[in-house]
Design a protein around this ligand. Structure first.
Ligand code: GRF
Length: 269
């Protein structure tokens, strides 16, 4: 569902029968999520989805108005408390047009893992310390997500940088607590406060080979208030993230995001 218009390189058909596209020679992002209903595998679950309106899966009467469609399989990578994961789980598979099939963390004890377990979602922990080197850890993360047969990956507070093979293999969304390209990195909220900006916000973007850099799907501003601390400001930013991220994931699952170089177009339903 998601195809870059430029620089497309065919990575060939994989064992799941799907064809994957990867970065062009110019480094442009070119990825594809199979659209709902496209080239299903027998692992996929089919659920009733109203024609043209995947978010209305619960109300597909009258008879004949329904069709079965693929529910995208979403892997969520986390390191922290997991409030964005909670927002995705709270939105539900019907609204997202996708189901969270794996929550993977780089560390034991992330609050997000507890949330996932309570919601009955399989979890995995892939610790860097358990691998000889960075490529070994990258490969372990990649293979855990491949084993979950994910269509889409969401970084929801994942505190590590993934190797370039990852976004080439999986369409990957990240949520970041600033208006990128301002304040990339791990201290976006305190950096914005220290700079004295009046407005900051959050960004949902596709992940590419550089940190906090890929094509922007959506952004929303949050005003800095007098006397703000990083904690207060971050809490208000997260409130917006919890709305923006599920909305972007739903667009991705519905096949409505088209990446053309740095630009993401939202296709009509
Ligand atoms: C969010 O602010 C997100 O933008 C950033 O990490 C934070 C994760 O928070 N990448 P949570 O674990 O989802 O509560």
């Amino acid at each position: 569902m998601l195809v870059a218009a430029s620089g497309l390189r065919d990575l060939g058909k994989r064992e799941d029968g799907r064809r994957y596209l990867g970065p062009g020679g110019d480094g442009s992002l070119s990825v594809r999520v199979p659209p709902p209903g496209d080239n299903q595998t027998d692992r996929d679950e089919a659920v009733p989805v109203r024609h043209g309106a995947p978010s209305s899966a619960t109300s597909c009467a009258p008879a004949g108005a329904c069709e079965t469609a693929h529910v995208q399989r979403i892997a969520v990578l986390v390191s922290g408390a997991g409030s964005n994961l909670a927002a995705l789980l709270g939105a539900g598979a019907e609204t997202l047009g996708g189901r969270v099939v794996l929550v993977l963390s780089d560390r034991d004890g992330a609050g997000a893992l507890t949330l996932a377990t309570r919601a009955g979602v399989p979890t995995a922990v892939v610790r860097p310390a358990d691998h000889d080197d960075r490529p070994g850890w990258d490969a372990a993360v990649l293979s855990a997500v491949e084993a979950a047969a994910a269509d889409l990956v969401v970084l929801a507070g994942f505190a590590r940088i993934l190797g370039p093979a990852f976004p080439a293999r999986f369409p990957t969304l990240n949520v970041h607590p600033s208006l990128l390209p301002a304040f990339p990195g791990a201290h976006a909220v305190s950096d914005a406060l220290a700079w004295g900006v009046r407005l900051t916000g959050c960004t949902v973007h596709f992940v590419d080979a550089q940190v906090d850099h890929g094509p922007v799907v959506a952004q929303e501003a949050v005003a800095v208030e007098p006397g703000d601390t990083a904690e207060r400001l971050h809490a208000r930013i997260k409130t917006v993230e919890h709305r923006l991220l599920p909305a972007c994931v739903a667009l991705a699952c519905a096949g409505r995001l088209w990446v053309d170089g740095r630009h993401v177009k939202v296709l009509p339903p």
